[in-house]
Design a protein around this ligand. Structure first.
Ligand SMILES: *Cc1c(COP(=O)(O)O)cnc(C)c1O
Length: 371
């Protein structure tokens, strides 16, 4: 699904030098590269504050803690996402309210969000799934109207953009109250271990986030609030600093691979290719097709026999997971989420796919589908 080795070999001299410098310095925690990377990412994203942390799940948790959400508060989130999004809501004693996604973008359906808002709703967590931005303009309008916080789960879409009606463009993760991301190795901007970050333009909120991520302390050994310990280590920051310089190339490579897939599959009526909303830049964390549910698993199995990995993201939506049984999550009616879970298949997508590989993959997909 990804080829991190080949990607590393292309930037090996830069990365090795950066890692050696950290080892020489031995400032493994909060070393200078952590600050340098945060400042570079602020510039890249066009946001005032990037606060690094330990991983993307922590970022979501810290965001909800910093917003002062309290047990019983309702948080609206899609069910068709990686489990972390909903898990942290439950972990903090908040109530996950699962809302269906749009059939084309696979991101939150804004009309369904509006219907799910109650007097207890405090926040909305849109997920820019597979690298496609959620429809942020109407979502932000809804949030303003109901005075709700918006936490963008940008773990799969760093570098993606969203263009508003007035023509202005923002990077995903910088539109809501707080943006969260993950630097897990296979993400579009991935380290060589765990990592994550939060983004915000709100200075007070940034200070709260820094405090919560650092044991709730504002001054050393004075702990004002209950926090946690969540840091990006210096080695990861050094690697990420190098990889950030290549992020736009990486996005271009992913988009080229996606264009190849699109063209190849255009001849097959049984394959629905990923939708691109006209006002977004899709960064293709995944290239996810839809095929008839009765063919999906056998297509995946056939590809496996040909040495082609393909994955189902996500086979069991969050609202059907045992972990949410106590929330009676199964009672949510999410027809789009349910049929997507039966039809989606993600094909290999990364920065190192060459034409021979793409041809091999698409030939075999088409061979199976047209048989
Ligand atoms: C990867 C991911 C996360 C969690 O990131 P970790 O760094 O693995 O904790 C959260 N949300 C989504 C949508 C993700 O894809």
């Amino acid at each position: 699904m990804v080829d991190l080795q080949r990607q590393y070999r292309r930037i090996k001299p830069e990365v090795d030098t950066a890692i050696a410098a950290v080892l020489d310095n031995s400032a493994f925690i909060n070393g200078q590269p952590v600050q340098d990377f945060a400042r570079s990412l602020e510039q890249y994203l066009g946001i005032d504050h990037v606060i690094p942390c330990g991983n993307g799940t922590d970022a979501l948790q810290i965001a909800m803690m910093a917003l002062g959400l309290e047990p019983g508060d309702e948080v609206i989130t899609p069910s068709f996402t990686f489990i972390a999004t909903a898990e942290v809501i439950a972990l903090l004693g908040l109530k996950p309210v699962f809302v269906d996604v749009d059939e084309q973008t696979y991101c939150l359906d804004i009309q369904q969000v509006e219907k799910a808002i109650t007097s207890k709703t405090k926040a909305i967590v849109p997920v820019h799934l597979f690298g496609q931005s959620a429809d942020m303009e109407p979502l932000m309008a809804l949030a303003r109207k109901h005075k709700l916080a918006v936490i963008e789960d940008n773990a799969q879409a760093i570098g993606g953009t969203y263009t508003f009606e007035d023509g202005s463009t923002k990077k995903t993760g910088t539109i809501g109250t707080i943006g969260c991301t993950s630097f897990f190795p296979s993400k579009n901007l991935g380290g060589y271990g765990d990592g994550g970050a939060l983004f915000t333009d709100d200075e007070e909120l940034a200070a709260r986030i820094r405090m919560i991520a650092n044991h709730g302390q504002s001054k050393r050994y004075y702990h004002d609030v209950v926090g946690c310990n969540s840091r990006l280590d210096t080695l990861q920051a050094a690697v990420l600093g190098i990889k950030l310089q290549h992020l736009d190339e990486y996005i271009a490579a992913r988009r080229n691979a996606a264009a190849y897939y699109d063209k190849a599959f255009s001849s097959c009526d049984d394959i629905i290719i990923p939708y691109r909303a006209g006002n977004t830049l899709h960064v293709f964390h995944q290239y996810t097709i839809r095929v008839p549910a009765d063919k999906r698993d056998s297509l995946r199995d056939y590809l496996a026999t040909q040495g082609i990995p393909a994955m189902i993201y996500y086979p069991v939506p969050a609202h059907k997971q045992q972990m949410f049984a106590a929330f009676k999550a199964g009672k949510f009616t999410l027809p789009v989420t349910d049929f997507l879970a039966g039809e989606v298949l993600s094909l290999p997508m990364h920065t190192e796919l060459d034409e021979a590989q793409l041809k091999y993959i698409t030939d075999h997909v088409l061979q199976f589908m047209n048989a």
